[in-house]
Design a protein around this ligand. Structure first.
Ligand SMILES: Nc1ncnc2c1ncn2[C@@H]1O[C@H](COP(=O)(O)OP(=O)(O)OP(=O)(O)O)[C@@H](O)[C@H]1O
Ligand SMILES: [Mg+2]
Length: 341
């Protein structure tokens, strides 16, 4: 059961109802528009629905949809030129979608731009910092443009990104990792609900990547900030993200949770009668398998049933000559999905 916030004809008349279906029927029959910003949708911080982008007559983004809930980290993966930056630029309002819907915390970025953007912090084309100024001066200058950001917000952000020791130094003395942390401080000091990061690990060394990874986890788990992160480093995505969207040629090929994607095993068997074994897999286990190079290949999510299948083959009079299990990692799956390998 979800609560629904329903605004009636007068802005002062607000009904909060626990019965979703009841209130929806009532609203439809009386023509009242429902802003579904209750328990259910509150958690949907970003929603893209059938978003298209055409630039100079060329279709760059072809009807993509995905969503992020509160505190979730979504990895946006795709080969070079797939359309990741184009999508992120539309979400932060640097370019307009040609059609489709983008909502941030229930606010359309087209119809309600200021409210939508008040919930977003981002690093799109690297952090925007003046090298000749100190880190603190950079943050204070940016904060001066947003009257909601207080001195305490700045100090909290500096602490969160662990830059207290260097905040009075000039930015051009900072390492790349420190600049990235400053970019994050800029993005989080206004307490965004959604953080958008385009390739934030670019150019960082392994220690810098590790630091950034821990920081992103901290922001999502402790501060409940939702994060949309594009990256080429698939192993990183696997470690940081709750779910992934894989994009290629402007279309989403897969939206799935990381657990769902990596909890799969590729199993190879060689038996005395491979065709009979395939039939048993299909009829008794509901598993589709193929025979390639004299071996049966099947994808099986639950590793525990593999032993049971082996026992079943033996009971059916088959000899198991060879069995091998390959755990799939996100990189294998990414290549499978984007290159059809
Ligand atoms: N302003 C533009 N004018 C024309 N084409 C553009 C423009 N911006 C992007 N494109 C094209 O759109 C496609 C997607 O580009 P985009 O930068 O979104 O890819 P990406 O997934 O971010 O790639 P990368 O991994 O290299 O950063 C590319 O073919 C690019 O050439
Ligand atoms: Mg890009």
């Amino acid at each position: 059961m979800y609560s629904v916030l329903c605004t009636l004809a007068s802005p002062r008349q607000i009904v909060i109802c626990q019965d979703t279906f009841g209130i929806c029927n009532f609203a439809v029959s009386t023509g009242i528009s429902i802003r579904q910003w209750g328990d259910k949708v509150e958690k949907e911080v970003l929603t893209l629905e059938n978003v298209h982008k055409t630039i100079s007559g060329r279709k760059i983004i072809k009807g993509i949809s995905f969503s992020i809930k509160e505190g979730e980290v979504l990895g946006f993966l795709g080969p070079n030129g797939a359309g990741k930056s184009t999508t992120l630029r539309m979400i932060v309002g640097l370019s307009r979608p040609s059609s489709g819907k983008i909502e941030i915390c229930g606010h359309s970025i087209v119809k309600d731009y200021v409210k939508a953007m008040s919930n977003v912090g981002s690093i799109i084309e690297g952090p925007d910092l003046y090298g000749y100024m100190s880190g603190m001066d950079n943050l204070e200058m940016l904060a001066a443009m947003d009257r909601n950001v207080t001195k305490k917000d700045i100090l909290d952000a500096v602490k969160l990104v662990d830059m207290e020791k260097h905040i009075k130094d000039k930015v051009n003395t900072y390492s790349l990792g420190m600049k990235q942390r400053m970019g994050l401080a800029q993005a989080i000091m206004k307490h965004p609900k959604l953080l958008i990061l385009d390739e934030p690990t670019n150019g960082l060394d392994p220690a810098g990547i590790n630091e950034l990874r821990n920081l992103i986890k901290k922001l999502s788990k402790e501060e409940k900030i939702s994060v949309l992160i594009s990256s080429h480093l698939i192993a990183e995505i696997e470690l940081i993200c709750d779910k992934v969207s894989i994009i290629k040629d402007g279309s989403i090929l897969k939206n799935a949770s990381v657990d769902e994607l990596i909890n799969t095993n590729e199993v190879f068997w060689q038996l005395s009668d491979n065709e009979k074994a395939c039939k048993i897999l299909k009829e008794q286990w509901g598993i589709s398998a193929e025979i390639r190079n004299g071996k049966i290949e099947a994808v099986i999510d639950d590793e525990e049933i593999i032993d049971e299948i082996n026992s079943c083959f033996i009971k059916e009079g088959l000899k198991v000559k060879f069995v091998d299990i390959k755990h799939k990692n996100l990189e294998d799956l990414f290549l499978n999905i984007t290159e059809g390998k």
